[in-house]
Structure formats: C-alpha cells, structure tokens
Design a protein around this ligand. Structure first.
Ligand SMILES: [Ca+2]
Length: 173
C-alpha cells in the first residue's frame, strides 16, 4: 500500500457562525422567520412556528467561499414532539440578477431526531461553482426548518445550541 501523506494541520478556520452557543443570553444576529426566538437555558428556543420552513436564519453572505467545503454541526432538541422528528439545515443563495431564482442547498438533515433528547446534527457541504446559477451572489442565508416526512408537515417547537460551520478546505481535494 502506498502511504498517504496527510497535509500539515493548518490553523483552525474561524467559525463562520456568529453566536452559535447563545451563552450571552441573546439570539442576535440570528433572525426569526415566521416564528419566535428566545434564549432559554443557554440554547435558542424556536416556538410559534406555523410552517415547516419557519425557524431561525443567519446571514452568512461573504462567509461562504466558492470552491470550499464546509463542516456543519449543531445540537438539536425537540422538547415535546413526535417519536421521530425531522430537522434540516439549508443555505439559500440569492443572486444579483433578479431574474435568477434563488438556489437552495442542503447542509445537514435528519429524520430521526428523538423526542426530548439532545441530538447531534452534522453535515458536510461543498460550495462548488457548478451548483450556482451565477457567481454574482447577492446574499447567502443559513436556516433551520423541519422538512415534511410521511405526508406530515410538522411545526413542533425545537431548540438549537452549539451551532458551528467551519471551512474544511478546498472542495476539490
Ligand atoms: Ca449554549
């Protein structure tokens, strides 16, 4: 076997998620999208959801680089929901050319988040130029939702904590 050479460890990339642990007691700069956000016991509590897409969102414009891959993680809990629950984290890309529809990319997803347990949600995402409709990007938003499953469209309350997204290097590696 040919030994593989590991690249020298580079300086740890800064986390592009601002205020991912809510230890300061506020949700800012996270914003609510058709829901209510509050910090409860050091986590972001998401309540009053009326749509599966309702949840917290974060502006990450200029933090996601084309050609890079990203490692995402967060802790999620549904305090009082179904036996298995769905959670999805996506990126929405809007373009300067308003004739182009936004692009939506899945960053992390699970359909087996147990009720009332802290669940570690992880995912990897490559921001390849070929996925984009244009390189003239206006804005990029990271957001949480609860995808429909088995014909159900859940809008349960949930909690999120320790949200992190780190540039993992070149997506062509
Ligand atoms: Ca916390």
């Amino acid at each position: 076997m040919t030994p593989t050479v590991s690249p020298a460890p580079s300086a740890r990339s800064p986390d592009l998620v601002e205020n991912g642990n809510f230890e300061n007691g506020v949700v800012c700069p996270w914003q609510s999208n058709a829901c209510n956000l509050a910090v409860v016991s050091g986590a972001m509590s998401v309540t009053e959801r009326t749509q599966t897409w309702a949840g917290p969102r974060l502006d990450v414009t200029n933090k996601i680089e084309v050609g890079s891959s990203y490692y995402f993680q967060a802790e999620v809990r549904f305090p009082d929901a179904d036996v298995d629950n769905s959670i999805g984290v996506k990126l929405k890309v809007d373009y300067i050319d308003s004739s182009l529809n936004p692009s939506y990319f899945s960053v992390a997803e699970s359909y087996v988040v147990p009720n009332n347990q802290i669940f570690s949600l992880t995912g990897e995402f490559d921001m390849d130029a070929s996925k984009l409709r244009s390189l003239d990007v206006k804005s990029i938003e990271l957001y949480f939702q609860t995808p429909s499953r088995n014909g159900q469209s859940p809008t349960w309350d949930f909690e999120v904590d320790n949200i992190s997204m780190i540039n993992d290097g070149s997506s062509n590696a």
